[in-house]
Design a protein around this ligand. Structure first.
Ligand SMILES: CC(C)(COP(=O)(O)OP(=O)(O)OC[C@H]1O[C@@H](n2cnc3c(N)ncnc32)[C@H](O)[C@@H]1OP(=O)(O)O)[C@@H](O)C(=O)NCCC(=O)NCCS
Length: 314
């Protein structure tokens, strides 16, 4: 987070943000001595969480992800190593690098914390109607999007054609992110796997395309443009990794689809989305797509979804 403010900030706003911080830290139990009735501090639990998300990682990567001071993180990692929660191994690719991973004991220590955290949030959301839950989640995404955009320096990235392994990445990230962010179960991942398999097997290379957004060798996003008929194309599987959201990559992927669709002679682009995917809706609206149909449905373990069809005349 930048320490100097570029824009004028009035005191009542500062007070409002501080009030919210006090309210929310109490609400989610951050003031309790050990987080989630565990012996761990908040920073230790966050470090365990990041280790559990990756098979192997490095201290430098954890420092970057958590925004922690290297010395502080190093003390946490040493205590994890002493208590056999993590193990360190030399990287086979680069002997100067040490790879960190959770041991079985570490995974066993993390699993109940993760479950308790999930239960805690479920209980908090469960006090609200589905509509209010929706508002809360959207408001949280707005906070995250606004602050992340300011904090993150603009990353340079490229949009490129897919390579072997990318399609698996698309399925994998959709499966994980839609489960984490919207609670869709594995049937959603199966749907994505089906779309991807169909794309590979029946590709019309002249009129269909997939773009992968990549930065420093890391995949950040995807979108597909596929043929529905001679004159109509479909935009599918738009996704940007949370670490790279709010930087314009999603908008860029969609505008690339539109440019290509025009170039190869489609007259219209259709897409199918869900009403709760608010950031995507915003991009579609800005690009000129119009909402043409809305219908409630029950899918992927959710019974309160509203599917939307959007269309853009080219
Ligand atoms: C939709 C998605 C691809 C956008 O990626 P992105 O790189 O962050 O997109 P951009 O930075 O180009 O633009 C996002 C826009 O949504 C807005 N936005 C973000 N969160 C929002 C929210 N909760 N409510 C309203 N608008 C929101 C941003 O302000 C931005 O608009 P702006 O440029 O006018 O400020 C990404 O959020 C994502 O992967 N979401 C989950 C998957 C998904 O919904 N896919 C669509 C499938 S149909």
């Amino acid at each position: 987070m930048k320490s100097t403010a570029a824009a004028p900030v009035v005191r009542p706003r500062v007070a409002a943000v501080r009030r919210f911080n006090r309210f929310y830290t109490r609400q989610i139990g951050l003031l309790d001595e050990g987080l989630l009735n565990s012996p761990f501090s908040l920073t230790e639990v966050r470090t365990l969480y990041e280790l559990a998300q990756r098979e192997k990682t490095t201290a430098a990567e954890l420092c970057k992800t958590l925004g922690l001071d290297a010395g502080y993180l190093s003390r946490i990692l040493s205590s994890f190593e002493k208590t056999n929660l993590i193990e360190k191994k030399e990287s086979p690719k680069d002997a100067r690098q040490t790879l960190l991973s959770l041991t079985k004991k570490g995974r066993n220590a993390f699993a109940p914390l993760n479950a308790r955290s999930e239960e805690q949030v479920k209980a908090m959301l469960g006090q609200l109607s589905p509509k209010k839950q929706d508002h809360l989640v959207q408001a949280m995404q707005t906070i995250e999007g606004s602050l992340a955009r300011e904090a993150e320096p603009l990353r340079s990235y490229v949009l490129r054609q897919p390579r072997p392994g990318d399609m698996g990445w698309v399925v994998y990230r959709h499966g994980i992110l839609y489960q984490q962010e919207y609670g869709y179960d594995e049937r959603f991942e199966a749907l994505v796997a089906g779309i991807v398999a169909e794309f590979i097997q029946n590709l019309d290379a002249a009129r269909e395309r997939c773009w992968i957004a990549e930065s420093d060798g890391e995949n950040l996003g995807s979108v597909f443009l596929v043929r529905k008929s001679q004159t109509v194309a479909k935009l599918r599987l738009l996704l940007v990794d949370p670490s790279a959201r709010g930087l314009g990559i999603g908008g860029h992927l969609v505008s690339e689809c539109v440019r290509f669709a025009r170039e190869v002679g489609y007259r219209k682009i259709m897409l199918w989305t869900q009403s709760e995917l608010v950031a995507a809706r915003k991009i579609y609206q800005k690009t000129g797509f119009k909402l043409v149909d809305r219908r409630p449905h029950q899918s992927w373990g959710r019974n309160d979804l509203v599917a939307e069809t959007w269309a853009l005349r080219l």
